[in-house]
Design a protein around this ligand. Structure first.
Ligand code: PXG
Length: 289
C-alpha cells in the first residue's frame, strides 16, 4: 500500500506524521471518507466541496486547489489499484508548537489513504439493523458545527462505545433539545405515510453525501423529502426507517430501543431506494483512469 503525504508516496510502514501535528495533539483538522465503485469515485466533487467547507468552518486555509487535491486522490487510487474501495482524505492543521494556537502551524498537511472497507455484514442489509438511543447527546452546533467533518470525533466515539456496550452496532444520538440528530457515523431517515423525513443539519446532522444521494433518488421517484425536527416518537411510529453513510450505504432499521418499526422487516420503499442507490453508484462518479 502506498500512502500520499504532502506530495510524496510512502509505503504503509513509513507513512508517518509528526507527534507535533495539531491533528494529533488537538484533533485539529478535517477529513472525508469517500467510496470507489467499479473504478469510479462516487460524488467526488461533492466530497471535495464538503472538505473545503469543513476547512473554512475551522478557519483552516487549504494550501492546494481542488484540482490538485483531486489529482493526488486519483493518483493514490491508481497506485493502489483501487477498483472498489474507500478513500480517506485527511487534512491536519500541520506541525506546530505545543499550545492550541493554529498560528504556530505554518502549513497544513494532507494525507490520502486508498484502501478497502469492511461493510456491515450482509445480514444487516437483508434483515435490517436494530438501533439504541445513547445517553451521549450530539454536540451543539454552537460548540462545534456538526456540518464540519472534523478530526474531533470523540462525541461520536463515546456514543459508539455506549452502543457497543449494550450490544448494538449503531445508535441514535439526540441533540441537546431532545430531537433526533443522527447516528454515530450515519444519517437517519424515516418513511411516514408516503413521505421521507430526515433531521436538518442544524438539528445536529452531518450533511451526508449518501443522505444527499438518497434525497436525489427520492426526488426522481416522486417521493417527497422533509427536513425537519424529529423525535423518538416519530421513529417509533414510522412505517420504515433506514440509515445512510459512505461506509454503511443504505441499511434498513427495524427497531429502536426495543420497539419494532413498521413490520419489523426491511421496508419496501427502503428496498427500492437501496436498489436505486446501488444502480446509481455504478454510473455516477469520476473514473479513476
Ligand atoms: N454522520 C456522521 C457523524 C458521519 O461520520 C455520516 C453521517 C454519513 O455521511 P456520508 O457523507 O458518508 O454519507 C458520517 C460519515 C468510518 C467512516 O471510517 C465514517 C463515515 C463515512 C465513511 C467511513 O467510520 N461517516
Amino acid at each position: 500500500m502506498e500512502i500520499y503525504i504532502d506530495g510524496k508516496f510512502y509505503p504503509k510502514a513509513e507513512a508517518k506524521i509528526s507527534v507535533f501535528d495539531h491533528g494529533l495533539l488537538y484533533g485539529d483538522g478535517v477529513f472525508e471518507g469517500i467510496r470507489v465503485y467499479g473504478g469510479r469515485i462516487f460524488k467526488f466533487e461533492e466530497h471535495l466541496e464538503r472538505l473545503e467547507y469543513s476547512a473554512k468552518g475551522i478557519a483552516l486555509r487549504l494550501a492546494w486547489s481542488r484540482a490538485e487535491i483531486a489529482a493526488a486522490t486519483i493518483e493514490t487510487c491508481r497506485r493502489n489499484k483501487i477498483i472498489n474501495g474507500y478513500i480517506r482524505l485527511v487534512v491536519t492543521r500541520g506541525e506546530g508548537d505545543l499550545g492550541l494556537s493554529p498560528l504556530n502551524c505554518p502549513k497544513p498537511s494532507i494525507i490520502i489513504i486508498a484502501d478497502t472497507i469492511k461493510l456491515y455484514p450482509d445480514e444487516f442489509y437483508e434483515n435490517g439493523i436494530k438501533l439504541i438511543t445513547v445517553p451521549t447527546r450530539r454536540v451543539n452546533p454552537a460548540a462545534l458545527p456538526p456540518m464540519v467533518k472534523s478530526l474531533n470525533y470523540l462525541n461520536n466515539v463515546l456514543a459508539k462505545i455506549e452502543a457497543l456496550h449494550q450490544g448494538y452496532h449503531e445508535c441514535l444520538l439526540l441533540n441537546d433539545q431532545g430531537y433526533v440528530a443522527e447516528c454515530s457515523g450515519d444519517n437517519l431517515f424515516l418513511l411516514h405515510r408516503g413521505r421521507l423525513f430526515t433531521p436538518a443539519s442544524y438539528a445536529g446532522a452531518l450533511v451526508g453525501i449518501t443522505r444527499q444521494a438518497i434525497i436525489e433518488i427520492a426526488a426522481a421517484q416522486n417521493l417527497p423529502v422533509v427536513e425537519t425536527n424529529l423525535t423518538r416518537y416519530d421513529v417509533f411510529n414510522a412505517d420504515e426507517s433506514f440509515i445512510t453513510g459512505s461506509a454503511a450505504e443504505v441499511v434498513p432499521v427495524i427497531e429502536l430501543d426495543g420497539r419494532t418499526i413498521g413490520t419489523g422487516k426491511p421496508g419496501v420503499v427502503t428496498g427500492r431506494l437501496l436498489k436505486a442507490f446501488r444502480e446509481k453508484v455504478t454510473i455516477d462518479g469520476v473514473m479513476i483512469d
